[in-house]
Design a protein around this ligand. Structure first.
Ligand SMILES: Nc1ncnc2c1ncn2[C@@H]1O[C@H](COP(=O)(O)OP(=O)(O)OP(=O)(O)O)[C@@H](O)[C@H]1O
Ligand SMILES: [Mg+2]
Length: 239
């Protein structure tokens, strides 16, 4: 499945290019964070990788295969939760995996405990707060033991404490053996979590670098401008 090599990826619905010539190679380890201005195509990029949108052009090479041979999970910015209990939301997601009911329940208990929602297992998922919903969505993805986890702005609209909890969960999922590819607008979060940064602008990857190097010495003019625009915001509001 890895390295994942993406070449000349294009997404141009109705002839209007959103992504045009995306080249990227991702290893199977660590947390890669996609940064870039609003509307540049970060969410679209995750959907293309997940196979949820058809590319207009380009190719994916999943460690020599045209399809991933490991499990892939995605958590959307607004997670869709079923009108069921917290536990049932996780169990339901495990059904396609061929586990028996006892194994599904066991795995569900495990992941809910790991995201701090064990005590809410029987509650309706629709009653959860934003932070709790996001933790449930992560638990649901984690339960599937993904080899690649795609996260679209997992902490948008969460307060600092909920953000901190979600970041801890993301690190644990990584430690558990998943490659994480995520987007965020929170540059503080990118510095805390990222091993490497994928900077998107003008329809393509302008820069892909180790996180420390990206923040200390951005190479592309677009990345420098982006960081200059964003950093005062980060210093003012980040914890
Ligand atoms: N399924 C789709 N079909 C056609 N166009 C789409 C589709 N999804 C998104 N777009 C368009 O693609 C562009 C990029 O959208 P996308 O949501 O990927 O940006 P983004 O980088 O995630 O932005 P943000 O930082 O605001 O989340 C937008 O102009 C959007 O309207
Ligand atoms: Mg987006």
């Amino acid at each position: 499945m890895f390295p994942l090599r993406i070449s000349a990826l294009r997404f141009a619905p109705n002839g209007r290019p959103i992504l045009d010539g995306v080249d990227l190679e991702l290893s199977g380890e660590g947390i890669s964070v996609i940064l870039g201005p609003n509307g540049v195509g970060k969410t679209v990029f995750l959907h293309l990788i997940a196979g949820l949108l058809p590319p207009t052009g380009g190719a994916f090479d999943w460690g020599g295969a045209i399809r991933p041979d490991g499990r892939l999970a995605m958590v959307f910015q607004q997670p869709m939760l079923l009108r069921l209990s917290v536990a049932a939301n996780v169990e339901f997601a495990l059904r396609p995996q061929g586990l028996d009911a006892a194994a599904r329940q066991q795995r569900t208990r495990e992941v809910l405990a790991r995201v701090g929602l064990a005590h809410r297992s029987a509650d309706s998922a629709r009653q959860l707060s934003g932070g709790e919903r996001q933790r449930l969505a992560l638990a649901r993805a984690w339960a599937m033991r993904p080899r690649l986890l795609l996260l679209d702005e997992p902490t948008a609209s969460l307060d600092p404490s909920a953000t901190d909890q979600v970041e801890t969960i993301i690190r644990e999922i990584r430690t558990d053996g998943a490659k994480v590819l995520m987007t965020t607008h929170n540059l503080g979060q990118a510095t805390r979590l990222a091993d490497d940064i994928v900077f998107l602008a003008d329809g393509r990857v302008q820069e892909h670098a180790a996180a420390q190097r990206f923040f200390a010495h951005p190479q592309s003019p677009a990345a420098r401008a982006f960081l200059q625009g964003e950093l005062p915001w980060r210093i003012a509001f980040d914890r």
